[in-house]
Design a protein around this ligand. Structure first.
Ligand code: ATP
Length: 553
């Protein structure tokens, strides 16, 4: 529960975000629209940086993940197959007195003093019974507004990945294990949007579906399945000791997981992705101490999930989910296979060869396990005993031919929640007292340079000295093709530094008379000021770009 101090902090953050152009209320001039937020100039840059870092980490820096950019509106059958049409709902209740509408699982309900069998909200009004409220936004495709034209704004980006699984597999020439990554908008008609951007109705997700071999296949090929405990931990000792913001190269080398092994089953891959994702957060400035892993209890898991870890962040309003990493079995591809009638399995030559060499006892045991899993899934989906046995038998017989439906590990992160976490984490205040004894408190956003909206402020010491201005513009133009820089010549240098501190700019570059050669040995050097401690360093203009680049990327 957030206390008054945390609420004050949240208020300060919301007001700073508006004042400095990070986040605005959507449609503000019309009174706003609940659950929708716009990102202003600094927010748009911050968001772009975060998405790009995720994309680069997930796709360009790896051989085993390919990207996708799918449409927001897709065939409505996709949402039937995924279960969203039937079950993607929250329990909603209305308060008959205050007319408030709540998520039944989110109010502080108490039994009605008059009628204890009834729940009442804090206002003590009587509440309606909970009813399921589907969170998908519905629309119509084409000119006719009838049942057949109903479509949905996607409530998650993941389903497009499953629907395009075969196309990506074939065109990217990947082999299982491999992943498909996507960043994009998602829409949920949340009953009660709250906590600023944390729970919005329109938001962005960064999702990876990482397809892996079922454990029976791993065992057939490797003779064993590595346990999660065997995956040596990317030791926090290693990481905590070695990550330094001043040396970004330490971030990529810290906490390295061992190279993936062919005997990894779903548990090992799941653990691997939990570690990779935490490493990502650390690499953009969220220390491990601000994060928590919450391993869902068996009774909390979706029926198809083998495990799910929520990565939580300590927001001022409570410790809440930033990302979920779920081991989703082969549920999604299986559903799309049944609903579309198109095969979603893969052929694996290694499996076919290995299967032929297995002792009968072993192949029988693996066959049986695979069969049982397939049958359990079909039964849960309401398929009758007889067809379920027949289909499961066919699926298990596929193993000998090298065929199976991949399982999947899904790290699913929200961009907007991450932006809010980064702003919250970066927020700090300093109080300074001038020589006349007047003190002033100002804000510094201590963003990691990799996510900072502006990487460098470029400033001539004085605005009215054309030589200084000319040189400063030269420096700005030298840096601009490589990073977002902000040229500022308005006001005292102290004020300009303070403005950049508040925007989270990690470095300010000042062009002064020494740059022009007043002290000949300092000619063509600039002062670089560090945001977090005000430290200054003199750097040659010719060196500046190379000095900055590894720090901000
Ligand atoms: P919650 O329990 O908080 O509603 P969820 O478990 O439904 O979240 P997922 O369906 O797993 O969320 O979505 C993956 C990620 O998408 C979440 O971890 C979160 O970062 C983001 N996300 C989900 N719903 C919202 C929302 N309404 N506003 C902003 N981000 C969201």
């Amino acid at each position: 529960m957030a206390g008054p101090k945390e609420n004050v902090l949240m208020e300060k953050i919301v007001s700073l975000c508006k004042r400095r152009g990070f986040i605005f209320q959507s449609s503000e001039i019309y009174g706003g629209i609940n659950g929708f937020w716009d990102y202003g100039p600094l927010g748009a840059e911050l968001k772009r940086n975060v998405k790009e870092l995720w994309w680069n980490t997930m796709t360009r820096q790896r051989d085993d993940i390919a990207g996708l950019e799918a449409t927001i509106i897709m065939h409505p059958q996709i949402w039937k197959a995924s279960g969203h049409v039937d079950t993607f709902s929250d329990p909603m209740i209305d308060c008959k007195t205050c007319k408030g509408r709540f998520r039944a699982d989110q109010t502080n309900e108490i039994p009605c003093p008059q009628k204890p069998s009834k729940m009442v909200s804090e206002c003590h009004g009587e509440k309606t019974a909970p009813r399921a409220f589907n969170l998908m936004f519905q629309t119509y495709v084409g000119p006719v507004r009838d049942e057949s034209a109903i479509a949905y704004l996607r409530p998650e980006t993941a389903q497009a990945i499953f629907a395009q699984f075969k196309n990506v597999l074939e065109t990217s020439r990947q082999k299982v294990p491999f992943g498909i990554a996507q960043v994009g908008k998602a829409f949920r008609n949340e009953v009660t949007p709250r906590n600023y951007t944390f729970r919005s109705r329109e938001f962005e997700q960064m999702e990876l579906e990482f397809f892996i071999k079922p454990d029976e296949v791993v065992e057939a090929i490797c003779g064993r399945v590595a346990t999660a405990a065997e995956i040596s931990k990317p030791e926090s000792e290693q990481r905590a000791a070695s990550v330094s913001l001043a040396d970004p190269s330490s971030i990529s080398s810290a906490g390295k997981m061992p190279a993936a092994r062919s005997d990894w089953g779903w548990e090992a891959w799941h653990k691997y992705w939990v570690e990779e994702r935490i490493k990502f957060y650390e690499g953009i400035g969220l220390p491990r101490t601000t994060l928590e892993e919450y391993w869902q209890k068996p009774e909390e898991l979706a029926h198809y999930a083998r495990a799910c870890v929520d990565i939580l962040f300590k927001f001022p309003f409570g410790t809440q989910e930033l990302e979920g990493i779920a081991a989703r079995s082969d549920f999604d591809l299986s559903q799309h296979e049944r609903f579309s009638g198109k095969p979603m399995g893969v052929f694996d030559e290694e499996l076919r060869t290995a299967w032929g060499k297995l002792p009968k006892e072993k192949s029988d045991a693996l066959w049986r396990r695979y069969y049982e899993n397939r049958k359990k899934y079909l039964a849960k989906m309401g398929v009758a005993e007889e067809p379920a046995s027949k289909d499961a038998t066919e699926d298990a017989n596929g193993l000998a031919k090298g065929q199976y439906i991949p399982h999947v590990i899904e790290p699913s992160a929200g961009v907007d929640r991450l932006i809010l976490a980064l702003i919250t984490n970066a927020y700090s205040e300093v109080t300074e007292t001038d020589d006349k004894g007047r003190s002033e408190t100002r804000v510094i956003l201590k963003f990691h340079p990799r996510v900072a909206p502006v990487k460098a402020g470029v400033m001539p010491l004085l605005k009215n000295k054309p030589e200084l201005v000319k040189k400063a513009i030269e420096v700005r133009d030298r840096l601009r093709p490589w990073m977002n820089v902000f040229y500022d010549d308005a006001g005292s240098i102290g004020r300009r530094y303070a403005r950049q501190d508040e925007a989270g700019t990690p470095f300010c570059v000042t062009i002064d008379f020494d740059t022009l050669g007043e002290k000949p040995e300092l000619k063509d050097t600039v002062t670089v000021r560090f945001r977090d401690d005000g430290r200054q360093e003199r750097i040659a203009i010719s060196e500046l770009l190379n000095w900055l680049l590894p720090k901000v990327r």
